[in-house]
Every structure is written in structure tokens, then in C-alpha cells.
Design a protein around this ligand. Structure first.
Ligand SMILES: [Zn+2]
Length: 481
């Protein structure tokens, strides 16, 4: 896909998973970096915190007061709207829409074929608007998901605002109000990776957010991060499970706790061992969420520990291997309500889930789901021996092209092997870009070998392991936790 224009760059700032590249300085936090951060967060704030977004948040709060039937009347209209928008794409052009709001759910289930990421990569012209052309005003979201295959999704401005409003609604479930202090420990690149003296954070005064560099959760830097977090005393800590866990692990080693009322996690599976330690060391209630770059499903954990599927976000089905609805574990299949720029219809995710019966004590009518989370991924480490979040590794692949599949393996203390199944057009320039992004975004001292291969085999259990630690495994170790 084409590069970013000015508008595209602004749009990129709006992405919640934005890694915000562009920090090329090799020295300490410079005035330039501080200025860049200030401009970036001011622009992002302007786009995100505006009257339209506030209005959407109010609408979402109204939905919470509605009965299921009332809400379904609204979402059925939205589903019909998505269906009509989809017929502009060649994939759905032949669909004859002979249904109304009353039977649109059945129509979609019966008549719209299921698609997945493989289809988007194989026949993009069927799914992308304007024949796949990216215009200067196009907003694109990029992901590599959990399998290391880069994917671009075209988004509408409205869908960006809606997604942000859903996140804000989830925050209010904890009693959060605008202006309360929030600390972020995700993928934001707010200081250069190689910086060795604090601050390893940036204070975004527009939102009272303290944004930490999670790449500095390493020996020599992590103590300063813990001290600053304690001093800031946020109401919410927003983190990846892996980054919150890493900090919690350090606190436990120090026999230390930092009380934070709520820890909001997402973007990775949250394993029980992580949840337990995070809850203990921060004395926090954990509010996990489930979402993805394709934005076809969104579930949020309430204060009673149940995952509620946000039925006003998208139309979600859980289907078996043959695409039939199931009450057992199945694949999550979602249809967008809010992204009419590229309406993904019945898009199947690799994630497995199951409907949970009954009502939640919180009183919300949104149905509950249970995610099925597989065995945890291996943990791979930087050259210093500090664990590296798999989410940070995904950032490396987000801007890449011409890659069908990938796998990242740690093969020695300071050496990673990046296995690539190349797509047409993969050149040495792609290889160099990949190495350079690993150095800038993960660890400047890592030795990276890019190895081209025809396939990346699954494990005996049929699992696709994107991140493997062959160094630890070969030494007979149980991993790094
Ligand atoms: Zn609940």
C-alpha cells in the first residue's frame, strides 16, 4: 500500500495501537523529541477529544440503559446500512438485498459468505474500496495480528471516533471521569529505545496522561519507571498484559506494591498467571478487553470479571469449523457497524470463544463471552536478557509489505532469527527495512538474521507459534518466567 500523506499521518496518530515512529535521535531525550511528543499528543487530543466523540459516548451510555429489544432495533438498522455499503465492494456486488431491519440478521447469516484474513490478502481487490487504491485522505490501520502477517485495513473517520468512544465507555465502567490521571505502558515510542537516563516517559498534559516507554522495562531503567508511576498515582494503568506483568514481576522481586485502582489490559491474551501477579502487585481490579485491528468484535470486562460483548459495536457470531452457529467453543465472526469505508462482513478471526449463559451481577444486558486462550507463547528476550513483549514485536511488522508469514525465534542470548515466507515483490530492501525496524523499535544491539523459507510449520497440536524461544527451549529451560 502507498505511504502516508499528511492526512494519513494525522490519521495514524489516532490509532490506539500507534507506535508513533519517527524518533531517530540516538542520544538522550532531546528538545526535538519533547516537541514532537507535545505536537503529536496535542493533535491526537484535538481529533479524539472533540464534541462529536463526546456525543457518541453519550449515545453509548444511552444504549446501556436500553432493553435488549430496543438496542436490537438500532443495531439492525446499522447492520442493514453495512450490508448496503458492502455491495459497493466487488465481493458483495452480486448480493440482492431483499430483507428489512426485521430479518437482516438472518439474511446476513444465510446469504453472506464468511471471509478471513487469508481472503483479504489473496484477493484484496474484492474487499478494498476504490480498487485497493489508497488516497491521500484515506485512513489506514495496520496490524500484523498474532501471526506476523501484515494487514492493512481502510477506516472511515467515523469508525475511528466510534472505536475511541467504545474504549472511553469501558473506562467509565470503573468510575473514570475525564481529567483523572491515567498512566500508559503500551507501545508508544516516546523516548529513543537506546536512551539510558530518565525520563523514560512523557507527560501528556492535554489529557493528564503519563505515557511510559515500555521498551525501558529493563534492568537499569525499570526502577525509575516504578518510582515515577508511584509518584504519579494514576487512577487507571493502561497496559499490555505482558508489560503490566513485567512491571509487576519487578515489584514482587522488590517486595513492593504500587496501589492503582484499575489496570486496563488488552491487545494480547491475558493469562491467569499474569492476571494474578498484576492484581497483587498493583492491588488493582483488572478490566481486560478484547478487540482487533479489523474492528469486527469488541468485548469488555466489567467490574464483576465478566467479558461483555458490545453488541452496539458489531454483529458477532460464534461458529464451528463448518461456519454453523455453535453454543460450544467456536470461531469469532464479526460484521462491522461503524466502518462503512471498508465494511468487513462475517469476518472470521483466528480467536476462539464461547457464549456464557446467564446474567451478570453488574446488570448490563450485553451478552457474556468466554475467550478460549491457548497455551502461552514463549517469551523472548532482548540482548540484555529483559523479556520483550510480543506486542512490541508486532509493531516491527506493521509497516512491512510482501510478507506472507513470519516467525520470530530467539536462537541465542543476543540473536534472533526472523523467518519469512516472502510474498511476491519481497526484495533486499524489505529485508533491510525489517532489520532496521527491529533495531529502532526493539533493541539496537540485537543481531537479527532474516531467513527466507517456503513455509513455517505448525506445532504437532496444530498451533501456529509466532514467537518461539529456541535458545531457552534448547537449554531445557521452562521459559523465562
Ligand atoms: Zn458484568
Amino acid at each position: 500500500m502507498a505511504g502516508y500523506s499528511t492526512f494519513g499521518a494525522v490519521a495514524k496518530l489516532l490509532s490506539p495501537d500507534n507506535e508513533t515512529g519517527g524518533l531517530k535521535s540516538m542520544s538522550t531525550l532531546s528538545v526535538t523529541t519533547l516537541l514532537q511528543n507535545n505536537v503529536r499528543y496535542a493533535v491526537r487530543g484535538l481529533f479524539r477529544e472533540n464534541p462529536v466523540r463526546s456525543r457518541i459516548v453519550s449515545i453509548l451510555h444511552e444504549h446501556e440503559q436500553m432493553s435488549e429489544q430496543e438496542l436490537q432495533r438500532i443495531t439492525s438498522r446499522w447492520l442493514l446500512r453495512s450490508l448496503r455499503a458492502a455491495t459497493r465492494l466487488s465481493r458483495y456486488a452480486s448480493l440482492r438485498i431483499n430483507c428489512s431491519e426485521h430479518d437482516v440478521c438472518d439474511f446476513v447469516r444465510d446469504r453472506v459468505p464468511i471471509s478471513d484474513k487469508t481472503d483479504l490478502l489473496r484477493v484484496p481487490l474484492q474487499f478494498y474500496p476504490h480498487g485497493g487504491r489508497i488516497y491521500p485522505w484515506t485512513i489506514v490501520g495496520k496490524t500484523s495480528g498474532t501471526t506476523g502477517t501484515p494487514l492493512t485495513v481502510v477506516r472511515s473517520v467515523a469508525s475511528v471516533l466510534w472505536a475511541n468512544a467504545f474504549k472511553k465507555r469501558h473506562w467509565t465502567w470503573s468510575g473514570f471521569r475525564e481529567g483523572m490521571p491515567v498512566a500508559t505502558l503500551r507501545g508508544d515510542l516516546v523516548v529513543p529505545v537506546e536512551q539510558k537516563i530518565p525520563p523514560y516517559w512523557f507527560y501528556n498534559r492535554y489529557n493528564n496522561h503519563l505515557v511510559f516507554s515500555s521498551r525501558h522495562l529493563r534492568q537499569g531503567c525499570i526502577a525509575a519507571i516504578a518510582d515515577e508511576l508511584e509518584r504519579f498515582s494514576p487512577f487507571i494503568l493502561e497496559a499490555y498484559p505482558s508489560t503490566a506483568y513485567e512491571l509487576a514481576r519487578y515489584l514482587k522481586e522488590q517486595s513492593r506494591r504500587i496501589p492503582i485502582p484499575f489496570v486496563y489490559t488488552g491487545s494480547e491474551p491475558l493469562y491467569d498467571y499474569q492476571r494474578d501477579l498484576i492484581r497483587n502487585q498493583f492491588e488493582a481490579k483488572i478490566m481486560d478487553h478484547y478487540g482487533m485491528a479489523e474492528r469486527v468484535a469488541y468485548a469488555t470486562e466489567c467490574e464483576f470479571g465478566n467479558m461483555h460483548l458490545n453488541t452496539d459495536y458489531s454483529f458477532v457470531e460464534i461458529v464451528d469449523g463448518e461456519g454453523r452457529p455453535t453454543a460450544d467453543c467456536g470461531y469469532v465472526v464479526g460484521t462491522t457497524y461503524h466502518n462503512l469505508a471498508m465494511p468487513l462482513m462475517r469476518y472470521r478471526l483466528n480467536d476462539q470463544a464461547k457464549w456464557k449463559r446467564g446474567r451478570c451481577e453488574c446488570g448490563r444486558t450485553y451478552p457474556m463471552i468466554e475467550r478460549v486462550i491457548g497455551k502461552y507463547e514463549d517469551v523472548i528476550c532482548a540482548s540484555t536478557g529483559s523479556p520483550v513483549s510480543a506486542s512490541l514485536v508486532t509493531f516491527v511488522f506493521k509497516e512491512m509489505q510482501h510478507i506472507d508469514k513470519s516467525q520470530v525465534a530467539q536462537v541465542a542470548q543476543d540473536r534472533w532469527e526472523v523467518r519469512i515466507v516472502p510474498a511476491d515483490g519481497f526484495t533486499d530492501a524489505d529485508r533491510q527495512k525489517l532489520i532496521s525496524r527491529f533495531r529502532t523499535l526493539v533493541d539496537p544491539s540485537l543481531k537479527i538474521d532474516v531467513v527466507l523459507t517456503n513455509d513455517i510449520p505448525r506445532t504437532e497440536a496444530g498451533k501456529y507459534r509466532w514467537v518461539v524461544n529456541e535458545y531457552q527451549n534448547n537449554r531445557g529451560g521452562p521459559g523465562n518466567r
